[in-house]
Design a protein around this ligand. Structure first.
Ligand code: TYD
Length: 132
């Protein structure tokens, strides 16, 4: 499994840092939705699903967390702890986000609107889906 982590170029100057993300340039798809998680309760595991079509980029813009990626054959854990790093998650990829620091803000850029029909929320169903 190939983990694709983007390193965004900050526009830094003596006032601080600024990162701009443009669709089809810095982000490899059209951004139809942005959402973010914060105040995540200690010990919680979020995600635990895959998408049939959706592509996403995860950016931990404050604090840190870990992301487990699982394509049905292989699992990888990716730490997200820099606001200039973006983890690409393709469709057909099971993901779990955990180990959130208290101050973590995890922003997600998504290629489509929210659609419950695109979710696979059962792990065994995910395995049959990707292996069929
Ligand atoms: P959920 O899918 O459980 O989040 P996670 O992937 O982090 O476990 O979503 C939590 C709630 O938010 C659920 O009621 C669905 C809703 N939601 C939206 O309304 N729009 C969205 O874009 C997302 C991602 C979730």
């Amino acid at each position: 499994m190939q983990v694709i982590k983007y390193v965004f170029q900050p526009h830094g100057d003596d006032r601080g840092q600024l990162i701009a993300l443009e669709e089809n340039k810095d982000i490899p798809f059209c951004i139809k939705r942005v959402y973010y998680m914060y105040d995540t309760v200690k010990g919680v595991v979020r995600g635990k699903h895959a998408h049939k079509s959706l592509e996403q980029i995860l950016v931990c813009i404050h604090g840190s967390c870990k992301v487990l990626l699982d394509d049905g054959r292989e699992k990888k854990v990716v730490p997200l702890e820099k606001p200039y790093e973006g983890l690409y998650i393709s469709n057909n990829m099971w993901r779990e986000m955990y180990d959130f620091s208290e101050d973590a803000v995890l922003m997600v850029l998504a290629s489509d609107y929210y659609n419950e029909d695109d979710y696979i929320r059962d792990y065994d169903q995910f395995l049959s889906y990707v292996n069929s």
